[in-house]
Ligand binder design. Structure first.
Ligand code: AVJ
Length: 332
């Protein structure tokens, strides 16, 4: 049997992660200064996100989990509806993380399907290693082809891979994109698919704005740590000299647009230097904010419009009873 350890794991890195230093230089040249949320997920950030998923305030993960627990069989059927029986299926998941929710669907697929391969894609090699190790334990019969890469590499994999496909994009990860990016990305995801293939997308829905805000401003401060970890990462990986106590996590929800945005606010005027950028200095005014994440919330009609704009149709919508979250099956 294959042994997996931290030293010998060789996950195929199909594309190098784009340079963190370049991203910082580019992001800090913008107004307002902006960073991509994809850089949250180093090993520490992935662990913090696991803690977030268990927080009492952070409802999306346990809500999507409950949808899978209650309706997993129907979801898995909908994912295979276009596929003829016995045809091998590739289940490609973007941003697989720890796979906690996906395992429910994988178990159901193993029970229902003749042959399928699981292709978890994640930007965090450490999270992917742990996922693969846990799958070897819990679902040893499942062929798994992990890919430590960004979403764009998953698009290449989808285009190159023959046969039927089910693409999973769960957890409202799509909410990290601005609305025009959401449409463009779904369009790019649809491009390599045939009419028989299915896409399952998780969307966090509009709800009491205070509940949404609280999910990103938990009492224990784990989300604040998660946000600040971005700066810690720049200190360790880029030799930056961010003083973490001079920054404040600030989440902000706009119920008119569904835009949940996270910021890091500078508590005072300060200058930060980045060794990896030749010691380049960046000035921050007192109370200046860096935009670090979007977590858009959706209405069902918005989702239908988005699918249409991306050239896809809504096949089926699965929701929890309270209507907090939707898992939507899409097809070309
Ligand atoms: C993993 C992108 C779905 O936006 O809700 C959680 C990340 N950020 N708390 C989200 C996150 C702060 C999460 N996603």
């Amino acid at each position: 049997p294959l042994q997996l350890s931290h030293s010998d794991v060789s996950l195929p890195l199909s594309a190098p992660l784009s340079s963190l230093a370049d991203h910082v230089a580019h992001g800090f040249a913008q107004t307002p200064k902006s960073l991509s949320s994809k850089y949250f997920y180093d090993a520490a950030g992935s662990r913090l996100f696991q803690q977030i998923m268990a927080l009492p305030e952070y409802y999306p993960t346990r809500t999507e989990l409950s949808i899978f627990q209650a309706q997993g069989a129907a979801i898995v059927q909908a994912l295979q509806a276009g596929t003829s029986a016995g045809q091998p299926l590739a289940v490609v998941e973007l941003g697989a993380g720890d796979g906690l929710k996906t395992k429910i669907l994988l178990r159901e697929l193993l029970a229902q399907s003749a042959a399928f391969t699981y292709v978890p894609v994640d930007i965090s090699p450490s999270a992917l290693e742990e996922l693969v190790a846990s799958l070897r334990e819990e679902l040893p019969a499942l062929p798994t082809e992990p890919l430590a890469a960004e979403y764009t590499a998953a698009l290449t994999t989808l285009a190159q891979r023959p046969g039927a496909k089910a693409v999973l994009f769960l957890g409202s990860n799509i909410g990290n994109f601005e609305p025009d990016e959401q449409r463009n990305f779904l369009q790019a995801l649809a491009a390599p698919l045939t009419a028989a293939d299915r896409l399952l997308v998780g969307f966090d829905l509009r709800k009491d704005p205070r509940r949404i805000r609280a999910a990103y401003d938990d009492a224990q401060g784990v989300t604040a740590e998660f946000n600040l970890n971005l700066l810690r990462r720049f200190n360790t990986e880029l030799g930056a000299d961010f003083q973490l106590e001079a920054w404040q996590h600030y989440p902000d929800y706009d119920p008119s647009t569904g835009a949940m945005r996270s910021w890091l606010v500078s508590r005072r005027a300060q200058t930060v230097r980045v060794a990896a950028l030749g010691g380049q200095a960046f000035d921050f005014a007192a109370w200046e904010a860096i935009h670090t994440e979007n977590s858009f919330k959706f209405t069902l009609s918005q989702i239908a419009e988005l699918a249409k704009a991306a050239g896809m149709r809504v096949v089926e919508v699965f929701q929890d009873e309270a209507g907090d979250f939707a898992d939507v099956v899409l097809a070309r």
